[in-house]
Ligand binder design. Sequence first.
Ligand SMILES: Cc1cc2nc3c(=O)[nH]c(=O)nc-3n(C[C@H](O)[C@H](O)[C@H](O)COP(=O)(O)OP(=O)(O)OC[C@H]3O[C@@H](n4cnc5c(N)ncnc54)[C@H](O)[C@@H]3O)c2cc1C
Length: 432
Amino acid sequence: MTDVAIIGAGVIGCSIALELARRDVSTTVIDRHGAVGHGSTSASCGIVRRYYSTPTMTAMAQEGALVWADWQSYLGTDDASELARFERPGMLFIPPKIDESVQRTLAHMRELGVDAELLSPEEVARRFPFLETASQSPIRSPHDDDFFRATGRSIEGAVFEADAGYVVSPLLATQNLHAAAQVAGVGFRLGCGVVRVQVEAGNRFQLELSDGTALDAAVLVNVAGPHSGVVNRMVGVSLPIETRPLRREVAAIRNPRFTEPGEPPVPVVGDVDSGVYWRPESGGRDLLVGSLDPQCDVLEWVADPDDWNTNCTEAGYERQVMRTMKRFPEVDLDKRRGIAGLYDVTLCDWHPVLDRTDLPGYYVAMGTSGSSFKTAPVIGAVMAELIAACEAGHDHDAVPVRIQLPRTGFEVDVGFFSRLREGRMSSGTVLG
Ligand SMILES: Cc1cc2nc3c(=O)[nH]c(=O)nc-3n(C[C@H](O)[C@H](O)[C@H](O)COP(=O)(O)OP(=O)(O)OC[C@H]3O[C@@H](n4cnc5c(N)ncnc54)[C@H](O)[C@@H]3O)c2cc1C
């Protein structure tokens, strides 16, 4: 018997478990993989930025960044030898236009204490002379005859977040959470999937595991990443909000600017104007390049999260690298390297669903939409508080739980993440 059973030992499942255990809740995490962090977390680029379209997401991201910057204390461990690192070369965000929404986001970031500034195209060229400042929009397929045709226009500017970066590695961060959660008393059942869930009288959950054993729990939390829809169907719960797995590719290329330590690093770049993002990898030797899903690309929705192409394809690799070459001309196509992974996308707004459900005792932390690594520890705390409030009888649907984030002081209305919403303000992409 456990008070809370969590399905999924990714970065978010482990974060929720740690936060629950810190509140003295008996918690067990189950994962079908033999080790933690081997779901979509293992494919994550681990980028930590605060540039989001809403104050809530910006604040969640800033709170997350402050946790990653103070990782050892957050974990409460004396052993600093094998901890994930938050590398901060800064992040340059290139929107298609510098409009009122960019100014609003910049203002939110600054209110939260983020060191962010608006750079003119000339300033971008001065600080990052290896980057092309011509506008690349409208974004085209590399097969389009006009792909390399000069637009004759400049970008309007860029937002620079001085201490943004990425966590190396998301897998190691999840292993750190696993270790801290075990110390805090969390039980892990790894290497056995949940194959059946029965809801018993009095709303207890009986979980049947793939190794033939069973587990009883008073509360069940679905943190199954791209399998969250499968788990909901297993439990017999259908949410009013739609989520769907989306196949992604991340290409790896040589960083043409990799030099000896002491040289200014290539920043993380979120280039909406070109439809790509990238960040340094392997100590700066490589760059990881992902897509920002420009409108000309067809999104690869996946019907079955157990049946999809897990390899990086020639077409995907070329598309991402060639778009990168237009912004960063020293980049070369090179030999194809990369990985594929799945996002669990909330279709209406690309923000996570963190909520109770209509079935008492059953909760979801899903639909993380390709951008919830950075906020995982914050989501952990939000879910722990939400579960505590709802289990104590609070009607979260009627009066949403509010939580003050300890580091930023921002008060999160957890109703923002409700399954009943029709969509929040959003870029409608992984940028949130
Ligand atoms: C290519 C890629 C790049 C990304 N880049 C970034 C980024 O730069 N920054 C950022 O903030 N976010 C990023 N993300 C998003 C971020 O990685 C995810 O939001 C986050 O890792 C989701 O974690 P999770 O714990 O919810 O899910 P997962 O890591 O997918 O974990 C779910 C777990 O559930 C388990 N499971 C499923 N079904 C069952 C079952 N029936 N029984 C038992 N276990 C089960 C799986 O085995 C898995 O381990 C990226 C994601 C991808 C795919």
